[in-house]
Write a protein that binds this ligand. Sequence first.
Ligand SMILES: [Zn+2]
Length: 504
Amino acid sequence: MKRFRWTTLLLSMSLLLPSAPEIAQADANLHIYRNESGQIHTITGYLGRFQGDSESARALHALQLVQDTYRFTDPNRQFSYENSHLDEYGLRHQRLHQRLNNIPIFGRDVLLHEMDDALVGVSGFCEPLTPNSDMPTVKAEEAIDAAQEAVQNPTPSEDLSADLVYYPTGDQANLAYLVRVNWLGDEPGRWTVLVDALDGSILAKINNIETSDKSVQTTMRSGIYYLIDESRPMFEQFGSSIRTYTFQIGTQSQAQLTDLDNIWDSPEQSAAVDAHLHAGRIYDYYLQHFKRNSFDGLGSPMRSAVQFGHNYANAFWDGAQVIYGDGDDQIPTPLSAALDICAHEWTHAVIDTSAGLLYTGQSGALAESFADALASVIEGRDWTLGEDLFPVGSKQTALRSLAEPAAYGQPEHMRDYRTVEEDNGGVHLNAGIPNRAFYNFATRIHSREQAGQVWYLALRDYLTPDADFSAARAATEQACAVLYGPNSQIAHDLATAWLSVGVE
Ligand SMILES: [Zn+2]
C-alpha cells in the first residue's frame, strides 16, 4: 500500500468513474457526485491549496475553494471546525460541522481531504438550507416532556437536556430541540427525538437500539477469578480491559462474574464466557487488521453484559457497552454465542465513534450493512449472520445473509427499495442492498479481507452522518482508490458491485 501522490490518484480516478458529471470549464480530473435527488455528496479532484496558520483556519479557507460549487455564502459563519486526522496513506481528513445562525444542523458534517497541502476531495451534503425561524417559541422543558411522551419512556428522568438544532427536510432547516432519552428495562430504549421548537410537534424519533430481529483471559483477585481480560495491548497503554458482566435475567443491575477454579463450565457462565472471548477476538481483529485500538481507536475499555431480561432475543450497543439477551423460542440461544452477532454489535460502537451514521433511513441502513459486512469479515467463515444461534434441525437457520438478502426478506436491488415507517425507516430491511453490494465486491475480488479494508476505510475517513447509498458508493470508491490504486482491477470490480444492485 504505497503512498500515492494526488496527481496519480486523481488522474486515474477520472478514468475509473466515467459516468460522473464534470465541471465543464474546470480541471478535467474534477468530479462532482450527486445522488438521485441531484444533491452533491462528494467532490474529487484538485481543488486548490490549503492556507492559514491553524488547523481550523486552514480548513475554513479550504471551504472557500468549493464555496461556489456548494453555493454557500460564508464558510466562517456556516461551519465549525471539529477535528482532523492524518491517515496512514498520507491524506489528512478534516471534519467540520455545519451551522446556521450559529445553531448546529443535525447530522450535517463535511469532510475535507487533503494531500500535500492540496484539497483533493470533499464529502458530505452541504448545500444551503433556508431556516424557518431563529427563535424557539416552545420552552426546552416542554420539548423534554413531548419527547418523553413520544417514546413512552417508562422511567421519566429529570436530568434530560434539550439542545437547539436545525433539522433538515428538503432544502428547509427546521428549528428543533434535540432530546436524548435512554433507559434499560423490558423494552430498552436509546432514543434521539427532534421536537419542533415552534409548535412542539415531533419531527423525528430514532431508536438507536436494534429494533427488529433478531483460553479465557481472566483476572484473579484474592483467590477469585473475574471475567476481566488485561492481556491486550489496551491494558499496557491505557490501563483498560475487556470486562464482562451479567444482568442475571434482570434489566437493571449488573454483577461481576466470578469463578473459584477458573474453569468456566457452568451453563449460566457460558453466555458470559462467549461474550468475553468474542470481545477479545474482535479487539484483536480491529487492532491487527485495521490498526484500531478498541472500538474507538483510543483503547477504551470494552464492556459486555449478558443475560439481559427475560426471553430477550436481541443484542445491542447502548452507547457504553454491548448488551445481550438469552434468546427466546424463535432464537433459542444466548446471542453472545455467535461471533458474527458480537462483531456486528461492536461494529456499531466503531460506527458511532467514526462516521457517526444516523440510525434512520438510508444512513441507518448503511450502519446496519457496515455492521453486517465487517462482522462477516471478522468471522471470516460464511455469508450468513447469526447461524450459530440456531441448533441443527431448526426451521430458521440464520438471521440474514449477505449473499442472499432476499432469502431473509430483505431487498437486494434499488428497484425493491422499501420506504417504511417502522424499524427507523427500514434500517434492517434496506441494508440488504449494500450488503449484496459488499458480497458482490468481495466475491469478485476473491478476498473478503481486502473488501473489508475498503469498507473500513470508507467508514473511518469518507462517510458523513447523513450519507445515503449513493454517497456510500463514492466513499468506498475513494477508499479503494487510496488502498489499491484508482485504476486497479479492484476499483473496477467495486464499481460493478454497486451497479449490479442499482446504486449509481
Ligand atoms: Zn445492528
